[in-house]
Write a protein that binds this ligand. Structure first.
Ligand SMILES: Cc1cc2nc3c(=O)[nH]c(=O)nc-3n(C[C@H](O)[C@H](O)[C@H](O)COP(=O)(O)O)c2cc1C
Length: 283
């Protein structure tokens, strides 16, 4: 089973030049060739749906405007891959974002629904909602990057609302059994910081996902991509609450992957760099 790289659901959701979106007819038609090639060889493929939020740069945004986030708080130390002052592509510090209006949030959920519809038409077996690695949904979940006072900020329930509303909306379009969700509990990439009720937040997410039973939940451990490892034992704790299909990624070898499956907390192991660097890894 393949899970694609993140596909921005809109121009606004883009944080890196040359990433393959899923918001135009041309993009949809191009992805259809990819799914066809995978299916021709008996594979399965999910499309990762992505909105980077504040990890973006004005040069990538519609009309050069500010990227959007939960709050007007810059992603310290984060980089976007964008057009620099010299007019050339390169790493650029993430721009200062603006806080989304309460009334705009449903519009972004709609962008995910439209993208999921396009993905289904393009032949994908399902979609993975990118709630991980410091991007928009994590910016809402994290109590530091989310300083909102409306129903999308403050309590755990409020901080989870945007992610859960989007999962539910996408599921009503294509079915919950075709929706995967990626999260990175205790994420520390792109300026994300710890906060008081962090473990409670992630266990509340686990509980909300247990009620919904998506196709799978995909835990992204950031140790091998410049972040920190999840607290030891957290995946085991997570799966005491979330009993559905659980995937883990982050630093696995064939041996440690096999062992983790035998230990029982995880159902599937995902490989990033070993597979990106070796397209014939499976063989
Ligand atoms: C070049 C590169 C691109 C990546 N792109 C994405 C992405 O688009 N979406 C995502 O969720 N993770 C992305 N990741 C993270 C991987 O999915 C994976 O979680 C990470 O590499 C850790 O697993 P590994 O140790 O097996 O590489 C990327 C990683 C690399 C190295």
């Amino acid at each position: 089973m393949l899970i694609t790289e993140g596909a921005p659901v809109s121009q606004e959701g883009t944080g890196y030049l040359y990433t393959p979106g899923i918001y135009t007819d041309t993009q949809e038609a191009a992805w259809a060739k990819v799914t066809q090639a995978v299916h021709d060889r008996g594979g399965r493929i999910f499309l990762q749906l992505w909105h980077v939020g504040r990890v973006s740069h004005t040069s990538l945004q519609p009309d050069g405007s500010a990227p959007v986030s939960a709050s007007a708080q810059r992603a310290e130390g984060a980089f976007s891959f964008a057009i620099g002052p010299d007019g050339k592509p390169g790493q650029q510090p993430a721009s200062m974002p603006r806080a989304l209006l309460t009334t705009e949030i449903a519009r972004i959920t709609d962008d995910f629904v439209t993208a999921a519809r396009r993905a289904t038409r393009a032949g994908f077996d399902g979609v993975e909602i990118h709630g991980a690695n410091s991007y928009l949904f994590e910016q809402f979940l994290n109590a530091n990057s989310n300083q909102r006072t409306d129903r999308y900020g403050g309590s755990i329930e409020n901080r989870m609302r945007f992610l859960l509303e989007t999962i539910d909306a996408v599921a009503s379009e294509i079915g919950m059994n075709r929706v995967g969700v990626r999260i990175s509990p205790f994420g520390r990439l792109s300026g994300m910081q710890g906060y008081d009720d962090e473990a409670e937040t992630w266990l509340a997410v686990a509980k909300a996902l247990e009620i919904r039973q998506p196709a799978y939940v995909h835990l992204s451990d950031q140790l091998t991509i410049g972040g920190e490892a999840m607290p030891k034992g957290f995946p085991a704790q997570f799966c005491e609450t979330f009993t559905g299909t659980l995937i883990a990624a982050g630093g696995f070898t064939q041996e440690t992957g096999e062992q983790a499956l035998k230990d029982g907390a995880l159902d599937l192991i995902a490989y990033g760099k070993p597979f990106i660097a070796n397209p014939d890894l499976v063989e």
